[in-house]
Design a protein around this ligand. Structure first.
Ligand SMILES: Cc1cc2nc3c(=O)[nH]c(=O)nc-3n(C[C@H](O)[C@H](O)[C@H](O)COP(=O)(O)O)c2cc1C
Length: 627
């Protein structure tokens, strides 16, 4: 234990010096979203501006708080204790921010909230922002607070103290505490983590392996990325606790290939943990040996399936394996293995740092603790939130997320990615617990919640998911790759006005056939089309029987017309890729036979000038004119 206390003391010195440098701190939030929204330019502008003005300030990096709708986020903490958060600080806004900092004033136009310190007139406190209200940040408690590239920042928050405690318990005691906490796997299947750990503990064969599943392939989900990029040590600590419980001596963090920054930060965190004696031999002087590495994913969705992932690490083709044997019997390198999701492992340090009673204070009797959700689609505030299980989904989507922009109706919600389905907006009050979603033919899933407004066609959305599933099928089972192809064909016909009433029966038959696929990818591919049949029957019938898309979104069921000779038509004619916006004298019209319904003309023309109608006209394909 003394090794841990020494580490902690050193870390606190570093943390205190960083937090209280005796001058103003300008702190920028850094994750893939802020990078995507121009962080590099913002940081360059901050560096140049600070140098040009000769400001004596500390420029510091932290992870993101999940306020993705307003990235790049920059916070200013003055030496007197005032701490204000600014949003949308793009490079062109940096001069205004720095001018205010120079004068010791608030940059009012960019200021969003007071993080800590004295109140500022007219500015809410961070915890009073609608995005924050109702959140309980446990897993995300250090996201946006610490620099994820500095292990001392994590250690100074009592990081690795859960491990220090677990190392003084027997493996059986660690597993009992996991079981008592009720923590179940966050990757989608909701299997109790303690039971899985016990399978590995009692498995025969050495060495034993741990795998952290950070493949996160669901479109609309990025909760795992949040932790990988903003608090990597909580994952490492969780895996170390699992190693204590199971006897595993080596681990892999399987990160999807597209997560470049996550890979970088995890590698950095592993190197720092190794350097501090938290990985390797005789960890914390308490006898355990364990090490691990980052493994970059193969860029395939099915490699997120735990056995597809094993194949991928084993350098086999990325195909799910047939079970049994289960990973605990024959996993990676044919040795006993435990696979858990990022968020599952990240819960363990919270539990062991606190207690079972503390852990169970949040959530419901059957689903204890908190869950992270990434919210996106037609929603005012896109971001990542954390709430106790059982909170109504409306608290997250309407309260934190702000609902659909522009007062449009919330038509549908897509929880749980492409292997889940779509539910009507009227179910927005469902409690966020897996059991609540099942009766509606969908899954709560790993954390993605995508919102569709009344302007979206649910069948178009389902077609997108089916195309995704077809593309990502590994090809082993004819039921899966052939079945998903047939489903895509049916949806392509329905959304282009060629649907038949018998299509619904055919889809249901195909759904049964797909159950004969070997893995959950094929078995769950029908979830989205079945949810459309069950939850959006009227919309389906309108497409099939009336050849009409009520949302006016399906390209095969709509026409574009010039409704008024207003402004923007010349731009529309210039942008049209097929020359369908035709000028005749001073007037414009749309040549229906050439129109490919890409919507580009409507986007550039003044509102109401180009209209979409649901009049069904069969489209004859003609070659684009020479331009
Ligand atoms: C096609 C497919 C993709 C999956 N993708 C992921 C993923 O990206 N992340 C994940 O944790 N689990 C994913 N799973 C579930 C895993 O197979 C496995 O159940 C999970 O990693 C176990 O961890 P948990 O018990 O902590 O939830 C996927 C399953 C399937 C069938």
């Amino acid at each position: 234990m003394s090794d841990y206390l020494d580490l902690r003391q050193r870390a606190e010195e570093t943390w205190n010096a960083w937090q209280r440098p005796g001058k103003t701190r300008i702190i920028y939030s850094s994750d893939t979203t802020s990078v995507g929204r121009g962080l590099a330019d913002t940081v360059a502008a901050l560096e140049q501006g600070i140098a040009a003005r000769g400001l004596d300030v500390a420029l510091q990096r932290v992870g993101s708080r999940g306020l993705h709708y307003m990235e790049p986020v920059v916070e200013v903490a003055d030496a007197a204790g005032g701490h204000v958060l600014y949003g949308n600080v793009t490079a062109n806004r940096v001069p205004a921010l720095l001018s205010a900092v120079e004068r010791g004033e608030l940059a009012r136009d960019l200021a969003v909230a007071v993080v800590s310190g004295p109140d500022v007139a007219g500015l809410p406190r961070l915890e009073d922002l609608p995005f924050w209200q109702g959140q309980v940040r446990r897993l995300m408690q250090f996201c946006g607070l610490i620099d994820p590239e500095v292990i001392d920042h994590y250690l100074a928050q009592a990081g690795y103290s859960g491990l220090a405690r677990a190392l003084q318990m027997t493996p059986e005691e660690v597993i009992k505490e996991m079981l008592d906490s009720g923590i179940w796997g966050r990757g989608g299947a909701a299997f109790p983590a303690g039971r899985k750990w016990d399978f590995l503990r009692t498995a025969r064969g050495e060495p034993k392996y741990l795998i952290c599943n950070a493949d996160e392939g669901d479109p609309g989900a990025w909760v795992n990325r949040m932790l990988l990029e903003c608090d990597p040590h909580v994952i490492i600590e969780g895996m170390l606790i699992a190693a204590r419980a199971t006897g595993a001596t080596y681990g892999y963090i399987y990160v999807r290939d597209e997560y470049g920054l996550a890979v970088e930060r995890m590698n950095m965190a592993l190197a720092q943990a190794r350097e501090r004696g938290l990985l390797g031999e005789n960890i914390l002087g308490l006898g355990m040996t364990y090490d691990m590495e980052v493994f970059r994913g193969a860029g395939a969705y099915v490699c997120g399936d735990e056995t597809g992932l094993l194949s991928s690490i084993d350098d086999d083709r990325g195909m799910p394996r047939i079970k049994p044997p289960f990973p605990a019997q024959a996993g990676v390198h044919n040795k006993p293995t435990n696979v858990n999701n990022v968020e599952t492992y990240a819960n363990a340090p919270l539990l062991f740092r606190n207690s079972v009673a503390w852990y169970r204070e949040m959530g419901t009797e059957r689903n204890s603790g908190t869950k992270m959700f990434s919210i996106s689609g037609d929603i005012v505030r896109v971001g990542v939130v954390e709430v106790p299980f059982g909170v109504p989904m409306s608290t997250v989507l309407l309260g934190m997320g702000g609902g659909v922009p522009g007062g449009r109706a919330l038509k549908a919600i897509q929880p749980g990615g492409p292997l889940s389905g779509v539910i009507p907006g009227s179910l927005v009050d469902l409690p966020l617990e897996p059991e609540a979603f099942r009766p509606h033919a969908v899954m709560m899933g790993g954390g993605g919640l995508t919102v569709a407004s009344e302007d979206r066609c649910v069948l178009d959305l389902v077609k997108y998911f089916l195309i995704f599933c077809e593309d990502e099928s590994c090809g082993r089972c004819t039921t899966c790759h052939g079945g998903s192809q047939r489903m895509v064909e049916i949806f392509e016909r329905i959304t282009s006005g060629q649907g038949k009433p018998s299509d619904i029966d055919t889809l249901q038959l195909l759904a049964q056939t797909l159950q004969w696929s070997n893995c959950a990818h094929g078995q769950l591919t029908p979830t989205a089309p079945l949810s459309a049949i069950r939850n959006f029957r009227e919309e389906l019938d309108a497409h099939i029987r009336e050849k009409r898309c009520p949302a006016r979104a399906c390209p095969g069921l709509i026409n574009y017309e010039v409704a008024a000779q207003g402004s923007g038509l010349a731009e529309a004619a210039a942008i049209c890729p097929t020359g369908a916006v035709v000028q005749e004298g001073a007037r414009y019209r749309i040549d229906d036979a050439r129109c490919i319904r890409c919507d580009a003309c409507r986007e550039v023309a003044a509102p109401g000038v180009i209209q979409v109608t649901d009049r069904f006209l069969p489209v004859e394909v003609v070659a684009a004119p020479a331009r």
